[in-house]
Design a protein around this ligand. Structure first.
Ligand SMILES: C[S@@+](CC[C@H](N)C(=O)[O-])C[C@H]1O[C@@H](n2cnc3c(N)ncnc32)[C@H](O)[C@@H]1O
Length: 249
């Protein structure tokens, strides 16, 4: 069976693969997404920023300014495995992993390279603070965000949340991975609404999974998906498509 094969491929004799595929009443993008995007584009998101998030941001803002290297943001980094791997593969960048879960961040399994900073903060505030500080990212990762598959929880998905325009303004090559294709289809639509083209494709089997969730999903034999979106200001490509289509491969 596919799941047994994936678990064997993962190795170490561990059967990590017991996670179930996402189930949802939605078989395609949410019909209210476009209306949500229009509403959020026309209004200003005014929820006050929590003091603890402001303080957390301040602890790294000075380091970011001093460092001067191009920035990679790993949003919702969980245990920070991906942030550490990205820092090793991009030694000329500063990698910042952000997650709100102190528990996940504390599960450190490896040495954190000196060009990697892990921070506990809520992204809803962090993205706004980064935008206020005029951060421009080289790369931005959103790996296995919580899918929130219930249709009535649409607004909990980052692309349908009022903070999404702030995320887009941070720029950079944007990459997201998920075990729920619909999430990435919606993300592509939301990016297209903001003038960013995106490509969606199946993720090939990863010999070295980038994250804990990727390892778990692969070991369970789940199909995984990857969305990539180039930053038009970095590549010179124009991706304005407000029809909601995006560029889906
Ligand atoms: C499914 S886990 C994926 C974690 C990691 N990227 C991985 O693939 O192993 C989703 C992560 O997003 C974090 N998260 C969800 N909403 C968040 C928010 N508003 N601010 C910060 N972190 C958030 C959770 O704490 C969790 O660690």
């Amino acid at each position: 069976m596919a799941s047994d094969r994936a678990a064997r491929q993962y190795g170490h004799g561990q059967l990590e693969g017991n996670s179930r595929a996402v189930t949802s009443g939605q078989s395609g993008p949410h019909e209210a997404l476009r209306e949500r995007l229009e509403r959020h584009a026309a209004t200003t998101f005014r929820k006050p920023i929590a003091e603890h998030n402001r303080a957390a941001f301040a602890t790294i803002e000075s380091r970011v300014q001093e460092d001067g290297r191009p920035l990679i943001l790993d949003s919702g980094c969980g245990t920070g495995d991906s942030s550490r791997l990205l820092a090793r593969s991009h030694p000329d960048h500063l990698v910042i992993g952000v997650d709100r879960s102190a528990d996940r961040l504390s599960r450190r399994r490896d040495v954190t390279p000196s060009n990697c900073l892990l921070l506990r903060a809520d992204l809803i505030d962090f993205w706004r603070l980064a935008r206020e500080s005029q951060w421009r990212l080289a790369r931005h990762y959103l790996l296995y965000p919580n899918p929130e598959p219930k249709a009535r929880h649409l607004q909990r998905r980052f692309h349908a949340h009022p903070v999404f325009p702030d995320l887009v303004m941070l720029g950079g090559h944007f990459e997201s991975r998920s075990n729920w294709r619909v999430y990435l289809e919606e993300l592509a639509i939301a990016l297209a609404f903001h003038g960013r083209g995106a490509r969606l494709k199946p993720l090939a089997f990863q010999d070295r999974p980038l994250t804990a969730f990727e390892r778990k999903y692969q070991a369970s034999g789940q199909r995984l998906w990857q969305l990539d979106s180039e930053d038009p200001t970095l590549t010179g490509t124009i991706g304005i498509d407000k029809t909601g289509g995006g560029h889906l491969a």
